[in-house]
Design a protein around this ligand. Structure first.
Ligand SMILES: C[S@@+](CC[C@H](N)C(=O)[O-])C[C@H]1O[C@@H](n2cnc3c(N)ncnc32)[C@H](O)[C@@H]1O
Length: 202
């Protein structure tokens, strides 16, 4: 019997047939045209958590920024518009998501974002800021491993803003990050999202 692979948004190669879409959003006064596709997170509208992050996180300072788990590229595109002078990395394990992000970047004439699989990011590259709507659904230990890996690549003054819904474990994630030795501030939103602002303890 042939078992089909479930088509999670975090599959490396989604099995569903491609069905490209585009949609327009206004977020933080930025007008963006976003690409979407089957097998990619958030294929037809901006996710609420992503919106909460883009609207509320402080515009990052520093020259090298990361959208961890870029999906269709909404966060990377917003960062690029907010920080046209920065070098931005959009990283995703899902090959189709990377293609969709490339389309989003082209639709918005953005030239300062590099799209990469996790393995393609140079090992010695360090990030001044990370914005992420992280893939909670990959499972707790996988999520912890992912965050541990990428937060270790922050510069000493680097910060990460992670949006997580309270019903998806934002508070326990904040506690776990604190246990790793990071300073974590929680900002709450009306919709039940938390932005976890993570930095090194000084
Ligand atoms: C919740 S979605 C957010 C997508 C997009 N940033 C947004 O806000 O619309 C999380 C993304 O993380 C990606 N992801 C899952 N595991 C990953 C990993 N190990 N490394 C990088 N990205 C991963 C998924 O493929 C998915 O696109």
């Amino acid at each position: 019997m042939v078992m089909s692979t479930p088509d999670h948004y975090f599959a490396e190669q989604p099995s569903s047939s491609s069905a490209p879409t585009t949609y327009e959003v206004t977020v933080r006064k930025l007008q963006l045209i976003l690409a979407g596709d089957r097998g990619v997170f958030n294929q037809g509208d901006l996710d609420w958590g992503t919106r909460v992050l883009i609207e509320n996180a402080d515009v990052p300072t520093g020259g090298v920024l990361l959208d961890l788990g870029c999906g269709g590229g909404a966060i990377a595109a917003a960062l690029a518009k907010l920080r046209p002078d920065a070098e931005i990395w959009a990283v995703d394990v899902n090959e189709r998501a990377r293609e969709v992000t490339q389309r989003t970047l082209a639709l918005n004439s953005i030239g300062n974002v590099r799209v990469a699989s996790p393995d393609e990011v140079p090992r010695d590259l360090r990030f001044d800021a990370v914005w992420s709507n992280p893939p909670i659904r990959i499972g707790k230990s996988e999520l912890h491993q992912l965050l541990e890996t990428w937060l270790a690549r922050l510069t000493p003054a680097g910060v990460a803003d992670l949006v997580v819904h309270k019903n998806l474990g934002s508070d326990s994630l904040a506690k776990w990050l604190g246990g790793l030795g990071y300073a974590v501030q929680r900002h709450t939103s009306k919709q039940g999202y938390r932005i976890l602002h993570v930095s090194h303890i000084v």
